[in-house]
Design a binder for this molecule. Structure first.
Ligand SMILES: C[S@@+](CC[C@H](N)C(=O)[O-])C[C@H]1O[C@@H](n2cnc3c(N)ncnc32)[C@H](O)[C@@H]1O
Length: 237
């Protein structure tokens, strides 16, 4: 969140898109802004309400915010929201961005912070193939089960979507340092993937996915797996 330090949020009208575990909501509230935090999941809103004082919470789908007036926000901040927008993929992304464009004041700013650990061009030094493959396998199994999962949106695709909607001065500001995965986290993901593979019906698919998982885990050896590619994109209306 150091990256947001240069933004003067005091007294500004801010939409925190995707309340989640409340990390960003607490941060911006401390900055003295007039915040509204929105999530589709009321459980998150309930928990976050207990951890904050002045923020207004709304349960809504960000792709349809008809209840909110146009051109009211100075900033819209999406902290790890975009990769969690899994339903209907690009369709929902476009409708969410369209709403953001409507809700921002002229020259208002959209800030997106998210993961994209597959960017060989921007982060070759810390691209860890095992981490990337594990992420992809986990998501593929969720897809086969028909369940929601994180989506790989390349920041450049977001940039194109936003400029098609009229956003300007779009900058992909940074890809932060890699974060080493604690060995426990790796094991947690391995166990979760194994458990999900067992829910599948086809024995043939199960076997080949288990083989793939084993291959990935063997390839990590004793080295620590690193998760890189946290980027920040800013776009002006
Ligand atoms: C990873 S969490 C966000 C983390 C949070 N911003 C923070 O700083 O701690 C992603 C959140 O986006 C919410 N979300 C996903 N799709 C949504 C949608 N279409 N409308 C509203 N919220 C959505 C999920 O319910 C989840 O709480």
């Amino acid at each position: 969140m150091d990256k947001l330090k240069d933004l003067d949020l005091e007294g500004k009208k801010v939409l925190d898109a995707g309340t989640g575990a409340c990390g960003m909501t607490k941060y911006i509230e401390k900055k003295g802004c007039d915040a509204i935090s929105i999530d589709i999941n009321s459980e998150y809103l309930h928990d976050c309400r207990d951890q904050t004082e002045n923020t207004q919470f709304i349960r809504a789908n960000l792709s349809d915010l008809n209840a909110l007036k146009s051109e009211v926000f100075d900033y819209i901040i999406c902290n790890f929201l975009v990769s969690a927008l899994s339903t209907n993929r690009y369709l929902i992304l476009t409708s969410v961005f369209r709403e953001f464009e409507r809700l921002l004041k002229d020259h208002g700013m959209l800030v997106i912070i998210d993961y994209y650990p597959f960017d060989e061009e921007r982060s070759p030094a810390f691209l860890d193939k095992s981490q990337v493959e594990l992420w992809r396998l986990e998501n593929a199994v969720y897809e086969l089960l028909g369940e929601g999962h994180l989506v790989e949106y390349p920041p450049d695709v977001l940039k194109d979507e936003l400029s098609a909607l009229g956003f300007e001065n779009i900058d992909i500001i940074s890809l932060l340092e890699p974060v080493p995965w604690p060995p426990d986290l790796l094991k947690e993901h391995e166990d979760l993937i194994k458990k999900n593979i067992e829910k599948l019906e086809s024995d043939r698919i199960k076997e080949s996915l288990k083989e793939k998982l084993e291959e990935i885990m063997n390839s990590t050896g004793d080295r620590r797996v690193e998760s890189g590619g946290i980027y920040e994109l800013r776009a002006e209306k």
